[in-house]
Design a binder for this molecule. Sequence first.
Ligand SMILES: [Zn+2]
Length: 467
Amino acid sequence: MKKYFVTTPIYYINDIPHIGHTCTTVAADILARAHRQRGEEVFFLTGTDEHGQKVAQAAEKEGLEVKEYCDKISPRFEEAWKKLNISHDFFIRTTDPRHEKVVGEIMEKIYENGDIYKDKYEGYYCIGCEKFLTESDLVDQKCPLHPEDQTVKKSEENWFFKLTKYVPKLIEMIENKETNYIFPDGKRSEILAKLKAGVNDVSISRENVSWGVALPWDKNQTIYVWIDALINYYSATRFLEEKEDFWPADLHLLGKEILWFHTVIWQAMLLSAGIELPKKTYTHSFYMIDGQKMSKSLGNAISPNELISKFGVDGSRYLVARSFPSTDDADVGLTRFIEKYNADLANNLGNLVSRVCKLGVNLESPNFNLQLDKEFIEKIDDLKLDEAIGWVFENYVDKSNNRLNEVTPWKLSANDPKRIEVLRECAQNLQLAAWYLEPVMPEACKKIQEIFEGEIKALDKPLFMRI
Ligand SMILES: [Zn+2]
């Protein structure tokens, strides 16, 4: 059986789930479900990143032990994903001792390989990002993503990873179409340019952060939270024995703010540890909310709960997929979501289902070939979710609505062959549409399948209520 391993980033628990996390997770879920539908054995991994200074500070603020704080916050993500009908196979937490053990082992391997050395670090650090900032990250000596007081100058002894040693190999891999793992193309050229412009070794440990995994050979230092987090993708396939064969991952799906860590640092660590590299990373862009960047200070982030209460689970999944920022930032907002929901789901798809149900017809047993279209498969695998869904609407939904308007079966008598023919055609198109869209809207599509199986069943209520 063909195997497929897809991951989302593990989300930092200092945050609360918003539409940014939602879009990555829904997209990964669509891929996981699509690959299961093709008969593949899927491992879909998501989780939370729970170490680092910020988490320790947040716990202190609430007067909780750090682990206690993590146990309280981490379920917020898992609950949100359950509500959204996310079908992950495992939810990993970096405070899981089984993960921590693998982190220590990998670091030891890299150390024994001679790729880690001690040095003094001096430079700017952003507490908000939990990372050292390079010259190119800085805008007026500050992190552009966080308030001014989050950027501090630091000077400490750290352990460093010889990233520079692996740069030629990474460039060679990325430049070769056969071995390139960075998608889409724009992100690939961005990383190539950055690698060629020159790279420094990276600090992989912290002196004064106790909330983390201790370095096996220097217990006074903890492993930098980012390094620890990246290893989750691999560690899950070690401590879950039945998942061992899933490595290397087929796809790491991520947002563009973590592109460098995933396409350069993670890959170099794996090269050093002698572990196979993931086959593909796909880095999507961001959502803009009503033309503005999503930010905590503006408070304009949309939460998954807010989406679900307005559009239902399938409606939310549909809207997120349809606006997925695959290559460029996508501008979204509740007003636009309502328009799109009403146009596509309530008026177009939902109305078609209601019309065909109401008119009713004896169905023939389905004789169509359930062979997924190649073009559709490619669009899904390339994360062109909007185009893939658009393709289904064009071929099955819009076409059927047009045919109904053309033939006007409601004006024909019940046994008029023209009426029977067009209704059967529409019912079949709906079955096909439901089959294609099941990874996007699992419940609604299951319902459509049931309605058009054998005798047409009456609808108790519209599939998608107009808002
Ligand atoms: Zn920052």
